[in-house]
Design a protein around this ligand. Structure first.
Ligand code: SAH
Ligand code: SF4
Length: 402
């Protein structure tokens, strides 16, 4: 069986032309796959029954299957997604965002209009018992959220071997295809009945794997998500551990998500200890590559910084970070390290995190602390690993399929 989900419009056109069909049939199939997000060929009623039967002989849509879901007290959901060959990855749904403003969400950070007048959000109106026009509400507003962020995996496992990350323990099993990457999004959107155009969805490529070591499939998935599913690239952020040649290539793309670089240390000596890949590409080389990305005044590069107690969380490190990022249009996301079994780091003290953040902010570098999402269900940053189940009451784990 060949997968339909993941094919570009030219690829679908080629397929249907080979079956003797007119090009508009390819457009109908494209719309069914990506706009309507159907999950069986049978339900594509815009196509004649005969063509559906013909296609089904050796094709299936093959959306990743959600085989298990864990629901956190904070609303975060973590899914185990099974691919056609049985390999699994994890995908995370975070209603109301990822705790930092990673994408261009500035407009909903305050109830201010461009003309300076205060507006009241529909939620407030509703809370005050005032009439609300719900015609343009999607599933998210209905559930009381302003937006949601989906965290997607790009590989089964990861080859990069960062010492603090649970995914690293898996090693690399294989790359995901473009269809498997974008398919995680389609499956999650379907579960929550999201209406693109009404609901505000952000995507972060921050799940399992290193997207820039699966560059072609990652970039093809971005095109499917933008042109097919309809999520603008400005609402996506890709996080990389720092693959210099791929960052340079990324800088030349015309459609491009926002970039987040996992800096994680303030000098090469510390970075090499916690991210051995630093032996290959030094911090300065990565920053040089990042500087080649064309940026408008509205664009930022995000630098992620996992704080490890006593390793990279002291004032001296904060000052080194300031020196490194001087002159760049940058913001920093501090991520308090999330523990995992078999990883021998400790969390920083709240005081150290506070001093670190204040040092950066006082010196003009916007710095946020990423709120950990779904830590109780092992869905937080660096905790994704197919086989590990959290120690918590059994009722939070819902088995969807055997
Ligand atoms: N491979 C990519 C994207 C996935 S990891 C990358 O490394 O950037 C996403 C983010 O989670 C990275 O910034 C990474 O440094 C961070 N991370 C990994 N393990 C973590 C942990 N145990 N606690 C907190 N953050 C972690
Ligand atoms: Fe891979 Fe990112 Fe984890 Fe490093 S932090 S091992 S690059 S997933």
């Amino acid at each position: 069986m060949a997968a339909l989900f993941g094919k570009s419009l030219p690829e679908l056109t080629e397929l249907l032309t080979a079956l003797g069909q007119k090009p508009y049939r390819a457009r109908q199939l494209w719309d069914a796959l990506y706009r309507q997000r159907v999950d069986t060929i049978d339900t594509i009623t815009t196509l004649p029954a005969e063509l559906r039967a013909h296609l089904s002989e050796d094709h299936a849509i093959e959306l990743p299957q959600m085989v298990q879901t864990a629901v956190s007290v904070d609303g975060t959901e973590r899914y185990l997604m099974r691919m056609a060959d049985g390999e699994t990855v994890e995908t995370v749904w975070m209603p109301d965002g990822d705790g930092v403003e990673n994408t261009d969400d500035a407009e909903d950070s305050a109830d201010h209009r461009a003309d300076g007048k205060l507006t009241f959000s529909s939620r407030k109106l509703q809370a005050n018992g005032l009439p609300v026009d719900k015609r343009n509400w999607g599933a998210l507003a209905e559930a009381g959220y302003r937006r949601a962020t989906i965290c997607i995996s790009s590989q089964v496992g990861c080859a990069v071997n960062c010492q603090f990350c649970l995914t690293a323990k898996l090693g690399i099993r294989r790359d995901l295809t473009a269809g498997e990457i974008a398919g995680q999004v389609a499956a999650v959107l379907n579960r929550h009945k999201v209406q693109i155009g009404k609901d505000r969805i952000n995507l972060v490529f921050m799940g399992m794997g290193e997207p820039f070591l699966n560059y072609d499939n990652f970039m093809k998935s971005v095109l499917l998500l933008v042109e097919g599913i309809g999520i603008p690239a400005s609402r996506m952020t890709v996080s990389t551990s720092g693959i210099e040649p791929a960052i340079r290539r990324f800088a030349t793309e015309t459609v491009r998500p926002n970039l987040a670089l996992s800096l994680n240390a303030s000098n090469d000596v510390v970075r090499e200890q916690i991210m051995p890949i630093t032996r290959k590409w030094k911090i300065e080389a990565l920053l040089d590559a990042v500087r080649t990305i064309p940026m408008t005044k509205r664009d930022w590069v995000t630098f992620e910084y996992v704080m490890l107690g006593g390793v990279n969380d002291q004032p001296v490190h904060a000052h080194e970070v300031l020196a490194l990022l001087k002159g760049m249009h940058a913001k920093v996301n501090l991520i308090v390290w999330n523990p995992g079994p078999g990883i021998a780091y400790t969390q920083p003290t709240p005081e150290d995190v506070d001093v670190f953040q204040q040092t950066l902010i006082r010196n003009g570098l916007p710095t946020y602390i990423r709120r950990p999402r779904g830590r109780d269900i092992y869905a937080a940053c660096g905790q994704l690993k197919r086989t590990v189940e959290p120690e918590k009451p059994a009722d939070a784990l819902v088995q969807l399929t055997a």
